[in-house]
Write a protein that binds this ligand. Structure first.
Ligand SMILES: [Zn+2]
Length: 423
């Protein structure tokens, strides 16, 4: 029985903060509080995927407990969310109770053709998508024909129908308005163009999924934990066209007013933050920036800086990660670019001071000691820390202050400020 009608709404600006070991919720929230103090509401979304829970051996309820505890302790009164990140029909079950944000991942179904009669029905229902498609805010109208729209439907309709199934399951289990749905299509081979995005949004509206955010695959490379690789001008153009397309689709297809773009693997993409900020400002649009679990690297930086046993653990993790490089990098092969020749030997790292370790790892491109290969290997090395179990967690707890300082500063200085405040 519903005693109160909830209608969970994702605010305009939100940041996805992965917290691999569920120890940084307070430090992450502190960054959002700095934004609030500066007059901009940026709400936290604690995300952790099924894959990460499986690698670490954790449960979604732990993410929820850490978020709730931080919110209570810090007196955060604005909204916050716990994201069942990249779930599908097979993996959603364990997230049902603890999450109020669901990232419906349909990338696996992209390219699987839908039933011919469903494609035909979609085409019949959407004559407006064939011919000249004019979207306010986009200078050149798009020219499409029936074959093109049919091709897009064949590529994406089955995926959107699958999202509809997951959404239906969530409706049954959680109730309407009691969770925020996002659809993600980023973990696929080719970026979606703005006109494809429009066609996909029409499908989503037909499936009656009231998505509040959508994560397309953008042009360029979004490697985990390092800067964007690609044509920044082209990205900026596409990003603005996507914003215009979303604004148009909200009106045309009756999608939720607050529907916004979600930038996955969005942490550390410093070279496109200005484009994201300027685009959002120009269209008065919201943004969800999802970090790539890099808070765990800030933990390592903090441990290294604390010297003593913290530094010893950070060194041990590197040497183990190096020894198990192939196995650690395999699941992330498409989203990391490690130059083996740039990886220092374990012996060399074992001789480093805490400052040297932190300088190699911290994402400061102006520092000649910064080493992106070292950083990317450690990024996928969280499995090693998970294996250390209580030893790793105790080190975090013993060095909480210096770890928290790094976690907060990274989110606030390097992410929230440039993306949401334009600083
Ligand atoms: Zn993603």
């Amino acid at each position: 029985m519903h005693v109160a009608v909830e209608n969970l709404t994702l605010p305009k600006f939100s940041i996805g903060v992965g917290d691999r070991f569920a120890h940084q919720a307070k430090a992450q929230l502190a960054a959002c509080m700095k934004a609030a103090d500066a007059g901009v509401e940026v709400v936290p979304v604690w995300n952790k995927s099924n894959r990460e829970h499986t690698i670490i051996g954790s449960e979604p309820v732990e993410t929820r407990a850490a978020a709730d505890a931080a919110v209570k302790e810090m007196g955060w009164t604005k909204p916050y969310f716990v994201d069942a990140d990249h779930i599908n029909l097979k993996t959603v079950q364990r997230f049902l109770d603890s999450s109020n944000f669901f990232t419906l991942d349909v990338a696996d179904l992209i390219g699987q053709p839908a039933k011919p009669e469903d494609v035909a029905a979609f085409l019949g229902a959407h004559p407006e998508l064939v011919g000249t498609v004019t979207i306010p805010g986009i200078a050149e109208p798009f020219k499409t024909d029936k074959a093109f729209v049919e091709g897009v439907a064949n590529k994406f309709l089955a995926a959107v129908q699958n999202a509809g199934e997951i959404y239906g399951l969530l409706l049954e289990n959680k109730g309407a308005g009691r969770f925020v749905p996002e659809i993600s299509m980023d973990e696929t081979d080719f970026p979606q163009t703005p006109v494809e995005l429009l066609i996909i949004l029409a499908m989503i509206a037909d499936e009656k999924i009231p998505i509040q955010t959508i994560a397309p695959k953008f042009t360029g490379r979004f490697n985990k934990g390092v800067d964007y690789v690609g044509d920044v001008k082209q990205f900026a153009k596409e990003f603005e066209e996507d914003l215009a397309t979303i604004a148009f689709a909200i009106k045309r297809y009756g999608l939720p007013e607050n529907l916004k773009l979600s930038v996955h693997s969005g942490s550390d993409k410093f070279s496109i933050y200005k484009a994201i900020h300027d685009g959002a400002k120009k269209f008065n649009a919201g943004v969800h920036l999802k970090t790539a679990g890099t808070n765990w690297l800030e933990e390592l930086i903090g441990l290294a800086e604390s010297d003593g046993t913290g530094l010893a653990i950070a060194k041990e993790i590197y040497s183990e990660a190096l020894a198990h490089k192939d196995e650690l990098t395999a699941p992330y092969a498409t989203v990391i670019d490690i130059d083996d020749s740039k990886l220092p030997s374990a012996a060399e790292v074992n001789g480093w001071t805490g400052k040297q370790y932190a300088a190699a790892l911290r994402h400061d491109q102006s520092n000649p000691a910064y080493n992106p290969s070292f950083r990317q290997l450690l990024h996928v090395g969280f499995k090693i820390a998970a294996k250390l179990g209580p030893r790793y967690l105790q080190a975090l707890e013993a060095n909480e202050d210096v770890v928290a300082k790094n976690v907060t500063a990274n989110l606030w200085e390097r992410h929230i400020k440039p993306v949401f405040l334009g600083l």
